[in-house]
Ligand binder design. Structure first.
Ligand code: PEP
Ligand code: MN
Length: 337
């Protein structure tokens, strides 16, 4: 449930409400809005009399939330959560553009990609170093060596950085090098990993699982937020459907829907969603029109030589063109880029 405190509630009144909730076994999270404090309480609602709670000094109202995700839902926080990372802002008016190679391969490859995406207007550099591949014989990533390169390329170009983590060890190591940790589609329901992500001091980019419902995706975000990390960025990256002519099916209705259900920022990955570079531009524009707060796009200096996901990667010229064509669309829907 959510306890909305009065505009003029005193610190002592807030403390009393917290104490009462904790005595009844609730896990609490204070949410400081622009004007007022809201207390998110997770626990067994039967263990407290909510009408009595509502009469406590300083309490305006108690909202019973039927949705299973409580801390990430809109009812808890009316304003959008804005996750600020370097020059990028996820959830603000300005679109956050993340771009870079699927995987960090070499210093030359990464630097060429970094310079190109920075020049075209991206503010975050992506690069996989722990690659969850379908085949054990495919390139698995450079791991810590790749993280070194990613951090260096980020520092040199002024871009913030994001990389995927796949387990406790990679999370611990990557947190030392990059600005945002990505939990990929395949790990969206790795609940231990989600809890650990709640304990790190870096924003988490949480991709939607290959076959996850919107509710399961938001519950995954709830794991992270309820474990202590409020900086979660959701990413729609296409889901598995009967359709095989694209790699996945980009669920843009989920983007519009999720924006109504949660205060967290939502971005779109048109690269993994389609698997085809010729569709990435159109789906990027559609995503922004649907209300996405940003994009994550695969860019490789020479996609024909990519060790991973070449067919969906743009070359620098294609990415530059995508950014130019995105501009008027962003303006048309009232967003800056
Ligand atoms: C990726 O972004 O490199 C990736 C593997 O994406 P996903 O988890 O969405 O498949
Ligand atoms: Mn990829």
């Amino acid at each position: 449930m959510v306890i909305v405190m009065k505009l003029n509630s005193s610190p002592e009144q807030i403390e009393n409400v917290n104490n009462r909730l904790q005595e009844c076994g609730f896990q609490i999270q204070m949410i400081q809005g622009v004007k007022r404090i809201v207390i998110g309480a997770v626990g067994d609602r039967q263990s407290i009399n909510t009408s009595t709670l509502e009469t406590m000094p300083g309490v305006e109202k108690v909202l019973r939330i039927m949705k299973p995700y409580k801390m990430v839902c809109r009812e808890v926080r009316g304003e959008d959560t804005v996750v600020q990372v370097g020059a990028a802002e996820f959830g603000g008016n300005r679109l956050a553009i993340v771009a870079g190679p699927c995987a960090v391969e070499t210093k030359e490859q990464l630097y060429a990609a970094a310079r190109a995406v920075q020049k075209a207007g991206a503010t975050v550099l992506r690069g996989g170093t722990y690659k969850p591949r379908t085949s054990p014989y495919s390139f698995q990533g450079l791991e810590e060596e790749g993280l070194h390169l990613l951090a260096e390329a980020g520092a040199e170009t002024g871009l913030a950085t994001v990389t995927e983590v796949v387990d406790e060890e990679s999370m611990r190591v990557a947190a030392r090098y990059v600005d945002i940790l990505q939990i990929g589609a395949r790990n969206m329901q790795n609940f231990r990993l989600l809890r650990l992500a709640g304990q790190v001091k870096k924003p988490i980019l949480l991709k939607r699982g290959l076959s996850a419902t919107v509710e399961e995706w938001l519950m995954a975000a709830e794991y992270i937020v309820s474990s202590g990390n409020e900086n979660v960025i959701l990413c729609e990256r296409g889901i598995r459907t009967f359709e095989t002519s694209t790699r996945n099916t980009l669920d843009l209705s989920a983007v519009a829907l999720v924006k109504t259900l949660t205060h967290l920022p939502v971005i779109v990955d048109p690269s993994h969603a389609t698997g085809k570079r010729e569709l990435v531009g159109a789906m990027s524009r559609a995503a922004v029109a649907a209300g996405a707060d940003g994009l994550i796009i695969e860019v490789h200096p020479d996609p024909s030589m990519a060790l991973c996901d070449g067919p969906q990667s743009l070359n620098p010229e294609e990415f530059d063109e995508l950014m130019r064509r995105l501009h008027p669309l962003a303006v048309a829907v009232g967003r800056e880029i």
